[in-house]
Design a protein around this ligand. Sequence first.
Ligand SMILES: [Zn+2]
Length: 369
Amino acid sequence: MKRGSPALIINLHHILYGEELEDLGRAHLVVEDGFIKEIGRSWVGDAHINGGVAVPLPVNAHIHLNDYRAPDHHFGLSLSDYAGRKGLKHSLIQLYKEPLMPSELLNLFLQYSYIVDYQEKYLLCRELAYELGKIHTNYIGLSRPVDWVNDDLEEILKHCSGLGISNPVVIPVFRSSEIARISRNRIVSSHISENRWMEETGGLHYLLSLGIKLKQVVHGVFLEDWEFKILADQGITLVSCPRSNIWFSGKLPDYHKALKYGVRVAIGTDNAGCFHPDIWEEAFILLYYSKIDPLTILKFILINGYYSIGLKPLVIKEGGLAYFMVIDLGIANERSGNIYLSLINRFKWSRINLIIKGKHVFNNATIVV
Ligand SMILES: [Zn+2]
């Protein structure tokens, strides 16, 4: 094949191909003009980079970015004492307004294609989108009114991508038709069943009974069988935040049941002030606590996050937009007994050698953990 210039040719030990993340094994890949022009099942002699594993870029499907500015004030606090309506974090984010985007976060966020943020301050959505735009990471800001009775939802939506509902049962019924209308063409997401109280107050049933179409429900720790079935039937993604759930709720969602019912599961890192927003840390915890098949966990972070915001995943395939990273797993590049397991098990001790986002190429990207 005649290659245009400047093409980037990469020999790889493994390529996780397409939506199924099929392991192609030893192969090469050619990027040209921001697209994947060629994938071949062998190494070539004229490669610019040799070795490593090509992996699509993850989506962090749920984060609260603001509280990163006040790290680790949550020890000994309950969920409501920390994050509830009168919780400590709201005072802290009022107290610490700067920096909007700490530089070490940009270093970490470089590897994400999308970040989905529950943004308490809707006026910040555009600024955050601008900041993340500098590293070509897409920002999806989901916000909410301070006052569900009086605040103007359309004004919020001028700044943000959609609505992120912190506590569904505080929504007054008289706003329901307006929110239902919004949910037909904007992302609406809600915290659901994060603790037993939230499960028992029936947030999921309440929102659906109001005719509100949900793209995501976040947490789902105590969901019942019939609720998993609803999520599967209505194509609503369950966004799970494992570290947060272990910390605040002492329990993880029943992933095996969710998968049995056909629920799509994505992963978020939740409160950035409590849990460093590294999605691979979530995958690691999930692997050890749930013993879900590693390939399925990788689909949670590399594929399903896109569906949770209504997008087709950016995967590695011929003709597709080049959106991937190359990770050097060292000896595991060649000898891993299960490359999916090695990625989750060893990612944090490995190095991202390359991140490609269309025409933007970042070399020697350092993993910050
Ligand atoms: Zn949350």
